[in-house]
Design a protein. Sequence first.
Length: 233
Amino acid sequence: MNKKPITTLFMLQSVDGKITSGDNDTLDADKDWCRIEGVQEGLYQYYEIEATTDLYSLNTGRVMAKIGVNEKVEYHNKTKCSFIIIDNKPHLNERGIDYLCHWVDKLILVTTNKNHIAYSLQNTYDNLDILSYDFLDLNALLIDIKEKYQAEAITIQSGGTLNGKFLRDNLIDYVNIVIAPLLVGGKNTSTLIDGDSISSVNELNKLKALELIECRKLENSYIQLKYKVLRKK
């Protein structure tokens, strides 16, 4: 029996692989691309597909802060999805945690920060769980998520650096990408997979070949691509 949930990396990206607009946290695909003529018209399709993904979604506190949960005034409509949020700095404040707890079925906050504000809020929200670690081991985290919450499948929607860590740890099973008709550019702009580069042919085993499952032409020049990550036999 598989000890870990099936994982799918699900992201919106530009044609050149960028998942945001620029090199700082004031720029964000969700907030920016809806303003661009030729891109805004078909963006709704990404959110429609997102609504069909797994009931467990993994992301980071940094991404949540970028989309503004720390400053939200009105609550989002309640979802049946549970969020697994990795947040060590922390990026989330008390308002952000309150917003997320009102938004999601369960907020599973993962942190190595023993002083995280979430600890003072555990008795405030009955849908807030904290998974504390001395250091972040993604393999161990996935095992814990399946064991404690019976999560059979998780959608990963984190930033490029953490996506890269999942890749290097061989923890991505499927890839589901919505490609917007947009070129962003910028060597410091985050891509689908960032993190450490390989520097030797001896590390080619860290690259992951893919098998195309589906290629779907959407409206307004958008494309959806689905892949299976191939494992060595």
